[in-house]
Ligand binder design. Structure first.
Ligand code: GLN
Length: 450
């Protein structure tokens, strides 16, 4: 804990990965644990971890990157956080993020812009950019992120760390401040595949406080890594749509080299075909914004956080509090989300999106008939300069092209660092995707490839 806190002191002025640092509590807890001696029943005994600020942490301010929650300190822990604590982990800080997880670069945080530890003129990715940067700068050993449309995989790829989005329902969302409830998943961001497996072992499993959490088998993801030392017998599907147009040359090259390595290690590769990829971005943004507009209605200036000082009556209080404290991107999404759900437009937008979502699921089901895993780049480019895309939200949304389909279909995926781009000298992430609840084989393959 001491080493991590001093690393935070050293790197934080430039990286700005963190919102609240829980230094005193963490040190106190670590001292207590030291004096009681190691506890072998706790798999994460004494491990310093950082939590994305979208998760409720008892006694530690939780803002979700928004001014509307400034000053909010939860009186309970999210289930994933409670499970980490039970396993002996020590929460040392909360990680910066795009406001309400809406963004791909962490530039939408209401508090600060996190920079990429590999090159501070570039973005760390988002929305879990604080979690990616805290790992890449060595501030802690594991972080939790959340992934609604790529927010774990994208910053993992930009920061050169491992990031895993589990199957929808694998990890309880209790205590996660909701963005798109049918898409949101919590997952680990770490330096190695094995560390991610360690965290998933702890945070996964059924929780009756989240009705979408699934009572599924929880394999020992760490122990199962040893079952595989090569990729013999494994078929990897390569979707044409992920490897062609729009992909930068350096990302393509690094990812192709990783696929060649997979073949050398015994994997067979086959082409797979998706028919719905062209519609994925539109579909995702309609569904995510619709759900966000509904989820964010709870921030009314009365129950939590910011309350306008000069409101005259109730509606005025709602309007002023929300206008003052929600950032531009959040307001844009609430407006679009409300629009696509409104009478007269629902059929044209939301219903269509729900239909395409169903067809996407069909795409993936068919693709997995001929392979065990699907591989492609996590993002079309490596980390780009801070400010480059902030004026153009549409360009920003296009960054999610390779990650969002998986959230729409609920399946697990991860980003694995596979090299450095020859043009930008920034890390490249290969994305591996698996059928629902097949994280074990995905982590095994990643561990072999690492
Ligand atoms: N960039 C996407 C968005 O802005 C994904 C965010 C996420 O996964 N939380 O919605």
């Amino acid at each position: 804990v001491k080493a991590c806190l001093s690393r935070i002191e050293e790197t934080e002025p430039e990286t700005k990965a963190l919102l609240a640092v829980n230094a005193d509590e963490a040190l106190k807890l670590a001292e207590e644990m030291d004096s009681n001696g190691p506890d072998a029943s706790k798999p994460l005994w004494g491990v310093p971890v950082v939590i994305k600020d979208a998760l409720a942490t008892k006694g530690i301010p939780t803002t979700c990157g928004s001014k509307i929650l400034q000053g909010f300190t939860p009186f309970y822990d999210a289930t994933a956080v409670a499970k980490l604590k039970e396993a002996g982990a020590i929460i040392i800080a909360k990680a910066n993020m795009d406001e309400f997880a809406m963004g791909s670069t962490t530039e939408n945080s209401a508090y600060k812009t996190t920079t990429n530890p590999w090159d501070s003129s570039r973005v760390p990715g988002g929305s879990s950019g604080g979690s990616g940067a805290t790992i890449a700068s060595g501030q802690c050993f594991a972080a939790l992120g959340t992934d609604t449309g790529g927010s774990i995989r994208l910053p993992a790829s930009f920061c050169g760390c491992v990031g895993v989005k589990p199957t929808y329902g694998r990890v309880s969302r209790y205590g996660l401040i909701a963005y798109g409830s049918s898409l949101d998943q919590i997952g680990p961001m770490t330096r190695t595949v094995e560390d991610s497996a360690r965290i998933l072992n702890v945070i996964g499993g059924h929780d009756n406080r989240d009705s979408t959490s699934v009572d599924c088998e929880m394999p020992d993801f760490v122990a199962s890594l040893a079952e595989r030392t090569d990729l013999t017998g494994l078929t990897i599907g390569l979707p044409e749509e992920y490897w062609g147009e729009g992909l930068s040359e350096e990302v393509s090259e690094a990812c192709r080299a990783a696929i060649t390595k997979a073949e050398e290690l015994g994997a067979k590769t086959v082409p797979v075909k998706f028919s719905m990829t062209d519609y994925a971005i539109a579909t995702y943004y309609i569904i995510a914004m619709a759900e966000a507009s509904s989820n964010l209605s709870r921030f009314d200036g009365i129950r939590y956080g910011h309350r306008s000082k000069d409101a005259k009556e109730l509606i005025d209080l709602y309007t002023k509090s929300r206008t003052e404290a929600f950032g531009d991107e959040v307001q844009r999404r609430i407006i679009i989300g409300t629009y696509v759900l409104s009478a007269g437009y629902y059929d044209a937008y939301y219903r269509k999106a729900a239909q395409i979502r169903r067809l996407l699921r069909e795409d993936f089901r068919k693709a997995f008939e001929s392979c065990d895993l699907i591989a492609g780049p996590a993002c079309p480019t490596t980390a780009f300069p801070v400010g480059e895309l902030t004026a153009d939200p549409l360009q920003m949304y296009l960054m999610d092209i390779f990650t969002i389909s998986l959230n729409l279909v609920g399946m697990p995926g991860m980003s694995l660092p596979v090299g450095i781009g020859k043009d930008t000298n920034m890390p490249v992430g290969l994305q591996l995707m698996a059928p629902a609840f097949e994280e074990k084989i995905m982590l095994q393959a990643a561990n072999v490839l690492e």
